[in-house]
Design a protein around this ligand. Structure first.
Ligand SMILES: [Zn+2]
Ligand SMILES: [Zn+2]
Ligand SMILES: [Zn+2]
Length: 114
């Protein structure tokens, strides 16, 4: 049974074979616990590859002027961060301390205008 959408902490999150910590078919380590709200559609996705497979449109990056938007959600505790807060401290959740995948920083340009 595969599903491509789930409800986490009251938020609808899309992802290919998404699990209850925002793991997906592309990224499913204990550190892959971030959901990202996409600028193009305002929807939450487990990763950019999930967006590509499921959204049916091209992703757009968040412009600097919107970096105070809540666009990062911790899949462990549900805490939502602004882009600015997340980029300033990308290695763990500021609310619960859950470790985030350090490799994510190599992908920030897929989501945010840097
Ligand atoms: Zn989109
Ligand atoms: Zn994915
Ligand atoms: Zn957390």
């Amino acid at each position: 049974m595969t599903q491509h959408v789930t409800r986490l902490f009251g938020v609808t999150v899309h992802g290919v074979q998404i699990d209850q910590r925002t793991g997906c078919a592309h990224y499913r380590s204990p550190l892959d616990v971030i959901a990202i709200r996409h600028h193009c559609c305002g929807e939450w996705y487990a990763c950019i590859a999930c967006h590509k497979e499921l959204a049916g449109h091209d992703a757009s990056v968040w412009p600097h002027t919107e970096f105070d938007s809540l666009a990062i959600m911790c899949g462990v505790c549900g805490h939502q961060s602004t882009i600015r807060a997340y980029l300033g401290y990308p290695d763990q959740c500021i609310a619960c301390g859950a470790q985030f995948n350090p490799g994510c920083r190599n992908h920030h340009h897929f989501y945010f205008d840097k």
